[in-house]
Design a protein around this ligand. Structure first.
Ligand code: C2O
Ligand code: CU
Ligand code: CU
Length: 532
């Protein structure tokens, strides 16, 4: 069914139920147990039967240390992801040292340069957006600068960001969801002196005990094809790929592990935890979207929304050899309050897909005897400028769904109402933005292009989030880092502080949008200009 119509229907039905108190609705929004899959079942493939792909020299997740110009071609590749037929994956492919690389893990140094030429052979407009990077508009790769099929575009900019795990993906207006789901995405690791010093202290060999995890659910249909519905809504999938491997295992000698997780799912929020004998193990959060926190925070799980990253340290030295630890996304209340009253069935569009908020096993760690010394968690990790005091917001943004079933930011829909900048920000200014999400809504992972931000405060947070509050203003450990994406839950108000300093001139237009990619494509986005 068409997105807008479906939401309209949901809205009409839900309005009859609005007499219920907010908490009653919230309670009703517990994860539904997925019914046995109908339609096209996912291909038969025992879970945890394939080893985790780690950064290598060729193919998917090949590691490419950037130096000079890299040519990447957006095209359809063929990859044996599942048993049986190969999967047509849309990927950024190139050649490095004579070897083919696909959706490579790019590695850059702060102070270095990114110089990538995109060649478009994907049969439609595309781009490369450098998610989380501080760039000028011309290099941002938003839909304002589409690259036509057969054309090319050079992205070239200095790496200003601090060390952290960033990523890159296609971002054409209204088609980002499809292109990312079909594969056009990869990781970008930025290194700096501080990060390299930390690595020295931890002594975890890269690719063995220090591993990036690109996590994305995909809807897999007949013949191992990645299936994406036209006009899709909240595209959740029936399989999870970690580093392009379905539900992999990792052979894990006892000791310490550092995982740099990135949720590259279109719409599915994850709640990762390391589960041993049914219990989540303690781990430390070292960093977020924009790199290291000031100090490591002990946690047992966290919410990782689409586009967010988490750098974690987990100690497997006490897990007996021969036992397994599951990287699991724990159950949570999805709070899809806009649709909860209808009992809308996500299985209709996503056969076999666990409902949003249902537990999902992502990866198995097979623990075996190991002798690696466990270094203490370094403290402090980094220094961040203190965020400004929580002052009256410079701007306010409301998030809500229209009666016609369209997601709106300040009553604006990018698809229906236009692409021009909605407001101007003075370069070098510091602003406080307030996001207020309606109660009859969904969690929205809001993403800002071009600038990192700090969270100042949350109000009206749901209990499942409040439980992990660790600092003033109801902030969670994740909120204490530098972010480019922040979740605003239904009924919640979140204030962030942004420093609009940048070494560019003239108007530069950026996007603020929901990183649920179907919401973005359906117009939950506004453009704004940074001006002198
Ligand atoms: Cu990762 Cu505008 O997106
Ligand atoms: Cu972005
Ligand atoms: Cu959204």
């Amino acid at each position: 069914m068409d997105h807008a119509r479906r939401r309209l229907l949901s809205g009409l039905l839900a309005s009859g139920a609005m007499a219920a108190t907010p908490s009653a609705i919230a309670r009703s929004a517990v994860p539904r147990v997925p019914p046995p899959s109908q339609g096209n079942p996912p291909p038969p493939d025992a879970k945890f039967s394939r080893p985790l792909r780690v950064p290598g020299q060729r193919g998917l997740l090949a590691e490419v240390r950037l130096a000079g110009t890299l040519d990447l071609t957006a095209s359809v590749g063929s990859h044996a992801l599942f048993p049986g037929l190969a999967t047509a994956l849309w990927n950024y492919t190139g050649k490095v040292a004579g070897l083919p690389v696909d959706n490579p893990l790019l590695i850059a140094r702060q102070g270095g340069e990114i110089d990538v030429v995109l060649h478009n052979r994907i049969g439609r407009d595309t781009t490369i957006h450098w998610h989380g990077m501080m760039v000028d508009e011309a290099n941002d790769g938003s839909g304002l600068h589409p690259v036509r099929h057969g054309a090319q575009r050079r992205y070239r900019f200095p790496v200003r960001n601090r060390a952290g795990l960033y990523w890159y993906h296609a971002h054409p207006h209204f088609h980002t969801g499809r292109q990312v789901h079909q594969g056009l995405a990869g990781l970008l690791l930025v290194e700096d002196a501080e990060e390299l010093a930390l690595r020295g202290q931890l002594g975890l060999p890269w690719g063995e005990r220090d591993i990036p995890l690109l996590i994305a659910d995909k809807q897999v249909g007949r013949n191992n094809a990645l299936a994406y519905g036209a006009g899709a809504d909240d595209w959740i999938g029936n399989r999870v790929l970690v580093n392009w491997t379905p539900e992999p295992f990792l052979d894990a000698p006892q000791g310490l592990y550092r995982f740099r997780m990135a949720n590259l799912s279109n719409a599915r929020m994850l709640r990762p935890a390391f589960v041993h004998r049914g219990q989540p193990l303690p781990f430390h959060l070292l960093g977020t979207d924009g790199g290291l926190l000031e100090r490591a925070w002990p946690l047992r799980d966290l919410f990782l929304a689409p586009a967010q990253r988490a750098d974690v340290l987990v100690d497997l030295s006490q897990v007996p050899a021969g036992e397994r630890v599951l990287l699991r996304s724990l159950a949570y209340a999805p709070m899809e309050n806009d649709a909860a009253a209808t009992g809308e069935d996500p299985m209709l569009e996503h056969p076999g897909a666990p409902a949003m908020g249902a537990p999902m096993d992502l990866m198995e760690l097979r623990v075996r005897t190991g002798t690696h010394a466990v270094a203490p968690v370094p403290a402090p990790l980094s220094r961040l400028a203190a965020p400004p005091v929580d002052s009256a917001p410079t701007r306010r943004f409301t998030l809500r769904i229209s009666d016609a079933g369209r997601w709106l930011i300040n009553d604006w829909n990018y698809l229906l109402d236009g692409h021009g900048p909605r407001f101007e920000v003075r370069r070098g200014s510091r602003e406080t933005w307030e996001f207020r999400n309606a109660f009859r809504s969904m969690p929205h992972p809001l993403h800002l292009h071009g600038f990192a931000f700090r969270v100042l405060a949350r109000e009206g947070s749901p209990a499942q989030l409040r439980a992990s509050a660790a600092a003033s203003g109801g902030r969670t450990p994740q909120d204490l880092g530098l972010l480019d994406t922040v979740v605003v839950w239904p009924g919640e108000t979140v204030r962030i502080a942004i420093d609009f300093a940048q070494p560019c001139r003239g108007p530069q237009v950026y996007m603020l949008h929901c990183h649920n990619l179907e919401h973005e494509d359906q117009g939950m986005m506004v453009a704004f200009a940074v001006v002198d």
